[in-house]
Design a protein around this ligand. Structure first.
Ligand code: BES
Ligand code: MN
Ligand code: ZN
Length: 486
């Protein structure tokens, strides 16, 4: 897919489709196009064929013009970032359904922020091509080959081009994450993820991958992580992907993504209904793959280390039992009261391991608690952090990209619920499950700035649209992009 920016005379650019985002009141460019068509758009509005309402649409053919087809997309009431994104996404989906190879995109009546709009457009075009096909290249072959983002002024094309490169990379990153997450757990095992990580690094000068096997983890004392994979015939892996886009001396942002390739709950077995969706319990790890992929495409000047603890949580004769006590890499002991609270058991060792990269910041991403869905629903990720500035930066990244989070408290009064009579801590608390889970993690993140994203609600859709969303790749990329000073 090729994205270009242009400020050429739009009435002469030859394309299969011209996408015009406009409300029912035509102004600026929409007016100009309407004039060139002798009032055809006004007529469609008058007849009611096109209402101009948010994300409504109307397609008509103009075979004797430079653009053979006009796709109108309504933007009336697009008063928030979320609504603007909705209009853009609907336009991209519709464009992909038409047999267009070349398209011209005109969005000047939607937003003045050229770079932002170009980026959301390119991202939406890429994600609209997503199709699960059981492979790691999950895009359907589409007729669409190039989209030109039209700018009113020539001077705007530089910003637009920047936005296009960035947005396309984010979209491809989301597709990478979705492709991995949608795979069934009999294919997407911890070893499969390790091989995908090696593939990602191949031929990339800035990326190196290393895999710690169970024996390596045993040597490091990762007793907590290993207690989760104990009952599975699939060996666990700790995947480390390092992207070096800045000088070696620049401290990295470390991303730690939970990848439980299937979560049965272990001996604390889950109920059967909907258990298939626990193949998505590796969405945090998948988002780290997505970010590394997007970094390769954008070549951002930043150092990022992605750590993905990958395990399968199964019941078995040799599985960890409720009441078992394990010793984490940090030396702290944990009483495993519930083997279904396994995410924190793998994350805590990965977070301890993260310290050896002398991180600037550590962010973990995990489908950690069902409780976050009770608190925030499926729209918003839970964010908990030991650093206010970092929390704000991530919240801002979410707002800008439309991939939002909301902060929950990490007060020590909650932490008391983790008290155990037989170890330094228990792996479950009582109330406020999302917060007590984060309190557990915070006991392993005292030495650096840290944030935790609970994406159990946002990482995938259930029901007829069942499938991974690719979130929070947009939020994380926005955070990294701002941090890198782009
Ligand atoms: N992977 C689940 C969290 C989850 C549950 C995500 C439902 C999406 C939907 C996690 O490992 C888990 O089982 N958490 C338990 C924790 C409990 C045992 C303290 C939960 O949320 O029920
Ligand atoms: Mn679980
Ligand atoms: Zn889980």
């Amino acid at each position: 897919m090729e994205f270009k920016a242009s400020a050429a005379n739009l009435l002469t650019i030859k394309v299969d489709s011209l996408i015009l985002l406009t409300g029912s009141q035509l102004h600026n460019t929409a007016k100009l196009i309407d004039d060139s068509l002798n009032g055809a758009i006004q007529a469609l509005i008058k007849s009611g064929d096109f209402s101009g309402k948010l994300a409504s649409n109307c397609i008509f053919h103009t075979p004797d013009r430079a653009s053979k087809r006009i796709i109108l997309i309504g933007v009336d009431g697009a008063s928030t970032t979320q609504k603007m994104i909705k209009a853009i996404e609907s336009a991209a989906l519709l464009l992909n359904k038409t047999p267009s190879a070349k398209a011209l995109w005109i969005g000047d009546s939607l937003s003045d922020d050229i770079e932002w709009q170009a980026s959301i457009m390119a991202r939406s075009v890429q994600t609209s091509r997503y199709k699960y096909n059981g492979s790691s290249k999950p895009t359907k072959p589409s007729k669409l080959k190039s989209v030109t983002y039209w700018c009113v002024k020539k001077s705007q094309t530089t910003s637009a081009t920047k936005g296009l490169v960035y947005g396309s990379a984010v979209g491809n990153g989301m597709n990478t994450a979705r492709g991995l997450a949608d795979l069934p757990a009999n294919i997407c095992t911890p070893n499969f993820l390790a091989s995908q990580a090696k593939k990602l690094a191949k031929g990339q000068a800035k990326v190196t991958t290393s895999i710690l096997k169970e024996a390596d983890m045993k040597t490091l004392g990762m007793g907590s992580l290993l207690s989760v994979s104990a009952g599975s015939v699939e060996p666990g892996n700790l995947i480390v992907m390092s992207y070096q886009g800045a000088e070696k001396t620049t401290k990295p942002v470390v991303l730690v993504g939970k990848a439980v390739t299937f979560d049965t709950g272990g001996i604390s077995l889950k109920a059967g209904r909907g258990m298939d969706e626990m193949k998505f319990d590796m969405c945090g790890g998948a988002s780290v793959f997505g970010v590394i992929n997007a970094l390769i495409e954008t070549q951002l000047h930043i150092n990022v280390v992605g750590i993905v603890p990958a395990v399968e949580n199964m019941p078995a004769g040799n599985a960890t039992k409720p009441g078992d006590v394990v010793t984490s890499m940090s030396g702290q002991t944990i009483e495993v009261l519930n083997t279904d609270a396994e995410g924190r058991l793998i994350l805590c060792d990965a977070l301890t391991y993260a310290a050896r990269f002398e991180p600037d910041t550590v962010i973990d991403i995990a489908t950690l608690t069902g409780a976050v869905i009770g608190a925030l629903g499926k729209l918003t990720a839970g964010l908990l952090s030991n650093d206010d500035e970092l929390a704000d930066q991530l919240l801002n990244g979410g707002t800008l990209s439309g991939d939002r989070a909301w902060r929950l408290p990490l007060w020590e009064e909650y932490d008391k619920q983790l008290k155990s009579n037989f170890a330094d801590m228990a792996n479950i608390g009582g109330e406020a499950g999302t917060i007590t889970a984060a309190c557990f993690l915070s006991r392993f993140t005292k030495d650096y700035k840290w944030a935790h994203l609970d994406i159990a609600g946002t990482a995938w859709h259930s029901g007829s649209a069942k499938g991974a969303t690719g979130r929070p790749v947009p939020m994380l990329m926005q955070y990294l992009c701002t941090k890198a000073g782009h």
